[in-house]
Design a protein around this ligand. Structure first.
Ligand SMILES: NC(=O)c1ccc[n+]([C@@H]2O[C@H](COP(=O)([O-])OP(=O)(O)OC[C@H]3O[C@@H](n4cnc5c(N)ncnc54)[C@H](OP(=O)(O)O)[C@@H]3O)[C@@H](O)[C@H]2O)c1
Length: 274
């Protein structure tokens, strides 16, 4: 499968690293500027140019990884070269599939995807939402591609992509704050920083793996760790006093609202193509 990443920046490079680790070899990309193309070429060891039109000619799957404000300009540029035999996967937050389909012209299958940066290490989460021209074959090809870099889920209702963006796309940022804070707790109580960070990271990774593999409700898994009158319950009490639960719920709510707000700004053409 020949994969092209248009806009090989933060998330484009995270995906490229993950694909390369997983053995997806026929990979190429573009950036806007020659200097960033050169940096990406050196960092990844794959062809990276600034020529979107040349890139799209020989690719089966095109991953559009530019900022939402650049989508109209880039899709307008490549539209004359893209054929219905290719599939365009758009990662742009707050950008409905119908908008990309409209810019591309009829017949080209479009699938909206929301991956996250842990795709770089094979621990990503990608949520896919197929557009109106994407059939089962295109969807399963894209599903298989993203499954090489982590888990894949599907949503039919595109309105849910705002909360998907807020929870899954932005999610790693929340975990880094939690990780940093847990590590600081260890440092405060005397652990060397590197060890504190390792312990905190593995606790998050292990807790998440246990929740996913067991399928158990997090509250039950928490109860397993919480001995009556033991150590954990005092830590949990401090977390509840600090409002960690409400803070995290509000983080997802605020980011979802921002995502929906950006979508309506785009609808009103508040963003200009760059
Ligand atoms: N960051 C995340 O965790 C994340 C997660 C899921 C989805 N997304 C979505 O992914 C998209 C990219 O986000 P990002 O954080 O990766 O942005 P980014 O780091 O700014 O990367 C954007 C890339 O697009 C390139 N670009 C801009 N205009 C271009 C053009 N006309 N032709 C070719 N390439 C062009 C830039 O090149 P230069 O460097 O040369 O300017 C850069 O390489 C956004 O739409 C975002 O909503 C991001």
């Amino acid at each position: 499968m020949r994969v092209g990443i248009i806009g090989i920046g933060t998330v484009g490079q995270a995906l490229a690293r993950g694909f390369l680790r997983a053995g997806v070899e026929d990979l190429a990309g573009t950036t806007a500027h020659p200097a960033s193309a050169e940096r990406a070429r050196r960092a990844l060891g794959i062809p990276v140019s600034t020529d979107n039109r040349a890139l799209v000619c020989d690719r089966d799957i095109l991953i559009l990884a530019v900022k939402p404000s650049a989508v109209a300009g880039v899709v307008g540029e490549i539209a004359p070269r893209v054929t219905p035999h290719q599939t365009l996967v758009t990662l742009a937050a707050a950008t409905p599939t119908a908008r990309v389909e409209g810019l591309l012209g009829s017949g080209v299958p479009v699938i909206r995807a929301m991956p996250n940066t842990p795709c770089a290490v094979g621990a990503g989460m990608t949520v896919l939402c197929p557009g109106r021209s994407a059939g089962p074959d295109q969807l399963s090809a894209v599903q298989a591609l993203f499954a090489t870099v982590g888990r894949v889920a599907l949503v039919e209702d595109e309105d849910l992509m705002s909360v998907v963006t807020a929870l899954s796309g932005s999610g790693p940022a929340y975990t880094f704050i939690i990780l940093e804070a847990l590590s600081e707790g260890g440092v405060k109580m005397g652990l060397p920083r590197a060890l504190a960070t390792e312990l905190a990271a593995q606790a998050l990774l292990g807790g998440a793996a246990l929740a996913l593999e067991s399928g158990q409700h997090p509250a039950l898994l928490k109860a397993d760790v919480t001995t009556p009158a033991g150590v954990t319950i005092d830590g949990l009490l401090a977390l509840e006093e600090g409002g960690v639960r409400v803070s995290l719920i509000k983080a997802v709510m605020a980011a979802t609202e921002r995502s929906a707000q950006l979508a309506s700004l785009l609808d009103r053409d508040a963003f200009r193509p760059t």
